[in-house]
Design a protein around this ligand. Sequence first.
Ligand SMILES: [Zn+2]
Length: 365
Amino acid sequence: MTISITDRLASAPSITKGADWKTFLLKNPWYPKRFLVAHFGIRTYDLDNWKGNHPEVAQALANPKTNFHIAERSDDVRESLKKAWRFLFEQVLEIDFKSDGAANEIIRLQGIGKSAWGFLCDSRSFKKIDGYDEWIAEGYTQIAFVVFNIYPGEAWAHAAGILPAMFSQTGKLLTRSELIELLENIYLRFLASLPSKPSDEEINEAKRIFYIRARENSFMTTAMLRPYGFTGHMTPHGVKDIVLAVRHKFGVELGLETDVKDSWSASKFRKQYPDRHLDQCHYCRRAPVDLHHLLPREEYAELVFEGENVVPLCTHVHAAISRNKISLDSAKELSAATSAWKTAKKGVKLRAFDDAMRHLHKELY
Ligand SMILES: [Zn+2]
């Protein structure tokens, strides 16, 4: 039976049992008075008396190098917070950072702010640390900041297969390639049940299983991914979209699929669709044309030879899209059209791009 993080936080830390409260407090000057009273069975009066009658005690407890509550310098705050978080992780939560299970326990620590230990998440302290604001602006959470920048640190997180995005994001959306990296990492490090130091053969077997089973609805669900920070709202086209992109990546790595960049052939497409008018622009009737993928082939491997994903497009507009030389408004409109294409019924998907392409022509001619 496992004990939840919340339950563990509610119980008194085992370190305090039988310990001398004065020595304990001098070692952990940031420790809250209410915890001290509860965990050692002393009275607030005892503490005030000790501090009041001994200036050296008051001075030690008010040392900015050891107490993040009063520290101002970035390095002092970080060092003091490091001691406090280390205490919480190792003494209270009893996480063994050398064990295989530590990564799983750390990722689940998302709700700590609401516990009695929430004071360790006080943003007034964090804001004094250099780089914290930039980190939060990236959409990462405080806990992710702690793990990567305070304790146990980036090297440990890297070895454990933890990415900052695994701690539920606070708003900013990840790019498609970041989501692919995240999902691949979650699967291979946590869901594939590989040994802690897998061989290439074992990794390839896990990739092959993913490749074969990825299309099954129950194989990789949102519920399975959520504990690792991957949620449905991170991707506008759903988790399945990313699952299939990872499947393609694995397929290429295993030699079961060709990289789409190499597989596309305009002449092969023309032969597949002999009845389509592929020699003038679908939108302006100009020639010459390029065959254009509405949903880019690098990202949508499975749609490379999909008839409704390929249109003849005048070379001028095609070049502007390929080189990203279009206005931000047009880029946004194309992105919205991509979503509309996916939900449109078969047979009318091309129309999803009509407005965006008409506006783009107006912009470029
Ligand atoms: Zn055109």
